[in-house]
Design a protein around this ligand. Structure first.
Ligand code: 5GP
Ligand code: ZN
Length: 113
């Protein structure tokens, strides 16, 4: 299986990596939609949130903690930021490896487009 985010997670594809540990990687989105646009992914290949199992629950919590850390490092935690995960086609999911979009550094609109 050729998955671009698995390749980034294992260092086989290039990305601007901001954070890495044994479970997760955070890197800059290649097509940023906001001044801060970081993707937080598990190293484990999980196609999207629908594919999560009970055993993945701590991992999902960990992804949120990594996102918080990046938001603080980027100086947007207090101003506000958005965490988004797109699931399947109508949500616009294009990469089928679970990821949190961390978006911020500008006013985020609601409802989202
Ligand atoms: P999705 O549409 O699946 O929620 O989000 C996929 C995101 O991954 C998009 O924002 C897209 O710009 C980003 N992306 C796709 N391929 C690459 C890549 O090779 N490197 C990086 N850094 N981001 C990518
Ligand atoms: Zn993958």
């Amino acid at each position: 299986m050729d998955c671009i985010f698995c390749r980034i997670a294992s260092g086989r594809a290039e990305a601007k990596v901001l954070y890495e540990d044994e479970l997760a990687v955070a890197f800059e989105d290649i097509r940023p939609q906001a001044p801060v646009h970081v993707l937080v992914i598990p190293k484990k290949h999980i196609p999207n949130n629908l594919a999560l199992t009970e055993e993945d629950a701590p991992l999902v919590g960990h992804l949120f903690l990594v996102a918080n850390r990046i938001a603080k490092e980027k100086g947007i935690a207090e101003r506000g930021f958005r965490l988004v995960t797109n699931c399947n086609s109508e949500a616009g999911q294009t990469v089928f490896h679970l990821h949190l979009h961390l978006l911020g550094g500008r006013l985020m609109h609601w409802p989202p487009g």
